[in-house]
Design a protein around this ligand. Structure first.
Ligand code: TYM
Length: 361
């Protein structure tokens, strides 16, 4: 786990800057909210922040062209409704700033096949279909590194599943610096720090505690969407998979008392998941939740969980709905954000071209 306050020493020469993104590949979930967006909101008080809707990433798997633009607006609406302030932070969609694709190509020439071959998310997404998936799905992490480094971002808030991609981003930055800056310190690109924070950095499916909650899961019952109404949330939580026991006591905590024990996570993954969601959504520590809820039945606990989720999401989904009815407002935010983003990224891209020896007279 990393904190925004601990900046890598290699980065002291780079001003603190946050970059992160969400793919417009489906409805935004409780996992996206707790793993990422909630931290995006908080970080605005600490650093300059750039938040992107990564539409070029979304098309690495099939997206219905008639739906994609709306999904992009929906993620933008979710950013705004959750509390990202477009005056303080930059909000835009990736395809509007060509520096992402251009730097992505440079990084495709820096990253090694061996590194890319190790990416577990590619293996998961491609499955047995490796020969038939898009080349872009394989190259995806090089584009992700470009997103971040086009702004020389020093900090990237994400959920736990993006950790490996951020390690690759660090490797790409270090190799670029080594290849094109020689001994010059600190090099051209910062070595980015992940920010993986909160008690729910990996929210699991409501139907299967061993699978990540995902917007691309075919079962809508596996996830809570930011746009779900109170009835849908109640139904999904009521139907969420559990086990026959009651809620655990202090033995369920890890040794340092901060997290959940590995035993609970492996033997009762659904209980671990619901407890983590409850702690994160009610802004309590896991220790507080376990103390208050030990011995309770899942039936009772699920009612309390529904209450905190509905309370948090109702105003967000109402505001999202308002914004989705006012596309002009959303589009204006994206246009303004893209202009401000391009103004930062263009000179950084030019500097990279220059170091590589690409002529831009
Ligand atoms: P994406 O769109 O899958 O998810 C967006 C963010 O939500 C987090 N997340 C979760 N966190 C906790 N539990 C879950 N079940 C869960 N599901 C998703 C993700 O970790 C992520 O932070 N590759 C990225 C998008 C991206 C990006 C970037 C992120 C492209 N370029 C540059 C940061 C910086 C992705 O697919 O996220």
């Amino acid at each position: 786990m990393s904190s925004a306050k601990t900046t890598a020493s290699a980065n002291t020469e780079f001003p603190n800057r946050v970059f992160s993104g969400v793919q417009p590949s489906g409805a935004i979930t409780l996992g996206n909210y707790l793993g990422a967006i909630r931290n995006f909101v908080r970080l605005q008080d600490e650093m300059e922040c750039i938040y992107c809707v990564v539409d070029l990433h979304a098309i690495t798997v099939w997206q219905d062209p008639a739906e994609l633009a709306n999904q992009t607006r929906e993620i933008t609406a979710a950013y705004l409704a959750s509390g990202i302030d477009p005056k303080r932070s930059i909000i835009f969609n990736q395809s509007m700033v060509s520096a992402h694709a251009e730097l992505g190509w440079l990084f495709s020439c820096v990253a090694r096949m061996g590194w890319m071959n190790r990416m577990t998310q590619f293996k998961d997404k491609a499955g047995k279909n490796r020969e038939k998936v898009a080349l872009g799905l394989f190259a995806y992490p090089a584009l992700m590194a470009a997103d971040i480094l086009a702004y020389k971002a020093t900090h990237v808030p994400v959920g736990d599943d993006q950790k490996q991609h951020l390690e690759l981003t660090r490797d790409i930055a270090a190799k670029f610096n080594y290849d094109f800056c020689g001994e010059d310190q600190p090099g051209y690109f910062p070595i980015t720090e992940p920010i993986i924070q909160g008690s729910a950095t990996r929210v699991m499916s409501l139907r299967d505690g061993s699978k990540k909650m995902s917007k691309s899961d075919p079962s809508d019952m596996s996830r809570i969407n930011l746009t779900d109404d109170a009835d849908a949330i109640a139904l999904k939580i009521r139907k969420a998979k559990t086990d026959p026991e009651v809620l655990p006591g202090g033995e369920a905590l890890s040794e340092d008392g901060q997290g959940l024990s590995d035993t609970l996570r492996s033997e009762r993954p659904e209980a671990a998941n619901l407890l983590s969601i409850y702690a994160a959504m009610s802004d309590q520590s896991l220790a507080q939740v376990i103390e208050a809820k030990q011995g309770h039945s899942f039936a009772d606990f699920k009612k309390d969980l529904t209450e905190v989720v509905v309370e948090r999401f109702s105003p967000i989904s109402a505001e999202m709905q308002r914004l989705m009815d006012d596309k002009a407002e959303v589009d204006a935010v994206l246009r303004d954000g893209a202009e401000r983003a391009a103004a930062i990224a263009e000179p950084i891209l030019r500097g990279a071209y220059d170091r590589v020896g690409l002529l831009k007279p």
